[in-house]
Design a protein around this ligand. Structure first.
Ligand code: SME
Length: 169
């Protein structure tokens, strides 16, 4: 199944349609990661699949924890900030809290780090390996309020597929 939902169509998208999109993404991801243990290749393909399937995104990618800061990993979109201190911005706050954060309007999130002035909303999901947080997967949108609870659960389910591949590697 191919999804080519325009931004306008997205606004009227139903939770069921979004869940179907995430189910399709999970199965594509399982195919992409199957039998491949290279972490960079897998996270690069993960970013590309999400960025080119989900409507209304202007950035999708990883930051990985190195000491007390996050360092930019594989991504799709414009060049982004390279290092983010733990506790800073939406990404660094996600590391401290250990759970996903949805920002409806980035201008209302104190400390939001603007890598792209066009970003209006954001979803950041933590990535775990053996119960330790190793980084985050970050999605940005030029649309205010782009991400809802269905997206949180959907993107978390995709990250679980990646984590299973990391453990299996
Ligand atoms: N907005 C993020 C920084 C990363 S970029 O969006 C790619 C933050 O506040 O942590």
């Amino acid at each position: 199944m191919t999804f080519t939902i325009s931004d306008a169509a997205y606004a009227t998208d139903t939770p069921a349609a979004k869940q179907a999109m995430y189910a399709d993404l999970r199965s594509q991801l399982q195919g992409l990661l199957a039998g491949e243990s290279d972490f960079i290749a897998n996270t690069a393909n993960f970013s590309a699949l999400v960025f080119h399937t989900m409507p209304g995104l202007n950035w999708a990618g990883f930051y990985f924890l190195k000491g007390d800061e996050l360092v930019l990993g594989p991504f799709q979109g414009k060049p982004a900030c390279i290092r983010i201190k733990k506790g800073r911005g939406v990404c660094g706050t996600t590391v401290v809290e250990g759970k996903s954060i949805v920002v409806h309007d980035v201008h209302a999130f104190p400390g939001h780090i603007a890598c792209d002035v066009h970003s209006r909303s954001e979803l950041v999901v933590p990535v775990f390996a053996q119960e330790h947080i190793i980084g985050v997967f970050d999605l940005d949108s030029p649309l205010t309020g782009r991400f809802d609870e269905v997206d949180v659960q959907g993107v978390e389910s995709l990250v679980r597929v990646l984590e299973a591949a990391i453990v299996a590697a």
